[in-house]
Design a protein around this ligand. Structure first.
Ligand code: PAF
Length: 285
């Protein structure tokens, strides 16, 4: 596995690949790799001749400096996992490589950037768009891989590529879960034993919510808030039922349930956990 720290190092490896007309897939990450990332890499390897993984803890997407400081980092371990995963090139740039000067671009995603995650993390998606567009410019992948757990990020990145007339194909991969249903996330390592034990409530509540019949959307929202907030370790930030195509919230069931997704964010001390489930996966079970 090649480790590129500069644009020049990445460029000289990729130039050889391009010359041989091989396809390049990119898995952008912020490191602290877990099995969820490895499944993105697997997916990428199955569809591309060459797999590039980037590790960059992007400061512009953190609205809370404490969150940036506490974000788990473990480059040594990540490198050995990546070597085993079959990754061909790791791109691990310095901040000045990604942002040689402050990135002043403000993106307009038609309001999507301000809802759900955006409401609790102002500026977050602008930072995500900045770094992803920089990574796409540098790596010029044919395809890029993102997890469905971050469904709003996925929608923002799809909009970004459309707005920039980018040829990068955005591929969405399934959320990987721990045995108790908790969605895999780099932040899970920050949970105390007690928080981790209780965190299964998030996915359990979501799954139960999408099976509930006879409640209005508002009643369902209150039910979810009650269940989560009853646990003294957790506080509900939002629970929304949205259309999977545009992530617009729905207020009733008039359009049918098949295309709906239930999205949740829960806070436990300073740690935020998010998850979502598609109605079509669970409603009929
Ligand atoms: O999902 C993440 O890990 C990050 O938001 C991403 C896409 C790598 C951008 O920094």
């Amino acid at each position: 596995m090649i480790i590129a720290r500069t644009i020049k190092q990445a460029g000289s490896f990729l130039a050889r690949i391009r010359k041989e007309k091989m396809s390049v897939g990119l898995v952008p990450t912020m490191g602290a790799l877990h099995r969820g990332h490895l499944s993105l890499i697997e997916c990428c390897r199955s569809e591309n001749a060459v797999t590039v993984v980037s590790i960059f803890v992007n400061p512009t997407q953190f609205n809370d400096p404490k969150d940036l400081k506490n974000y788990p980092r473990n480059l040594e371990k990540d490198i050995s996992r990546l070597k085993e995963s079959g990754c061909d090139m790791l791109f691990v740039p310095a901040t000045r490589t990604i942002y040689p000067r402050p990135d002043l671009r403000i993106f307009d995603f038609g309001g999507l950037e301000h809802r759900m995650e955006g409401q609790f993390r102002p500026g977050h998606f602008n930072g995500v768009a900045q770094v992803v567009s920089r990574l796409f410019d540098i790596i010029k992948p044919d395809r890029a891989y993102f997890g469905k757990k971050d469904i709003q990020q996925l929608a923002i990145i799809r909009k970004l590529t459309a707005m920039q007339n980018s040829d990068v194909e955005i591929r969405a991969c399934e959320t990987l879960r721990e045995d108790d249903g908790l969605a895999m996330s780099s932040r899970n390592v920050l949970l105390s034993a007690e928080q981790r034990e209780n965190a299964a409530i998030i996915n359990q509540t979501l799954r139960e919510a999408v099976r509930k019949r006879g409640m209005t959307v508002d009643e369902l929202k209150s039910w979810v808030a009650d269940v989560i907030n009853k646990n003294p370790l957790f506080e509900l930030e939002y629970f929304e039922i949205v259309n999977s195509s545009d992530l617009q919230p729905v207020t009733d069931w008039a359009g049918g349930e098949d295309e709906l997704v239930a999205c949740i964010a829960v806070r436990t001390s300073q740690i935020r956990l998010i998850d979502n489930v598609f109605f079509h996966n669970f409603a009929s079970l």
